[in-house]
Design a protein around this ligand. Sequence first.
Ligand code: PLP
Length: 287
Amino acid sequence: MTRTVYVNGDYLPETEAKVSIFDRGFLMADGVYEVTSVLEGKLIDFDGHAKRLARSLNELEMTCPIPEEELLAMHRELVARNGIDQGMIYLQVTRGNPGDRSFVFPDASLPGTIVAFTQNIPNLADAPAAKTGFRVITIPDLRWSRVDIKTVQLLYPSMGKMAAKKAGVDDSWFTDEAGRVTEGTSNNAYIVKGNRIITRALGNDILHGITRAAVLRFAAEAQYEIEERPFTPEEAQGADEAFSTAASIFVMPVVEVDGKPVGTGKPGPVAVRLREIYLDEMRKAAI
Ligand code: PLP
């Protein structure tokens, strides 16, 4: 089916959507993005994604080409036009098309480019992977030092996914120079020890996950202790459980790290419970 996509104010068939070769998103990876999940045709945590988009844009001295109310209306319009029940909406804003290539930012008055499209994923909530869990390897975190900004520079995370694929597993977790886990290629990373959930604290070295914020809130409400500190792959291997979170996977159990099972080697009860709570609560709050 040909999707209807959004480009700079227009809804177009995907085959007719175009962006200039001079767009700074294309030439310089000078752009930011958000991915919002859709369940039962409704947006999950849209407000969180809109706020993080505003923060990413602000950190890069960019402005959003359209106001936030229009962002919401546009997301809903894409869901409706494409008949999405479960899936994702990808939104990208770049610094626009200055008509040539230059390292210098164009004048701030140049309008940015804004595009969005849907991804139809009928079994998003019921993903088979959530029943078996992810197996991960660890690789050095070679990304730039401001990964808290959600830029479209995804070459290294993409290489991390390929390293995982070549190793026959599901994902890579990155490690910093001290050998401690930062996060996954496209998700935040956690371990569980008894009643404690351990995850790296927010900083410039991880993306401030919208799912992370919600899951930690629900976990605290469910009387788990939260400890925000780094952990090593070895500590993960010796933990009771591990999991990852992202808008695309919600709460995903992690059952193996660098070839060694975590806990029983099966999805653990805390991850399974947090996934259930997250899906229940977010469905209720979906808009
Ligand atoms: N960390 C990285 C590097 C990501 O790319 C993502 C999502 O794409 C996340 C964490 C999770 O963020 P969120 O929960 O907002 O999807």
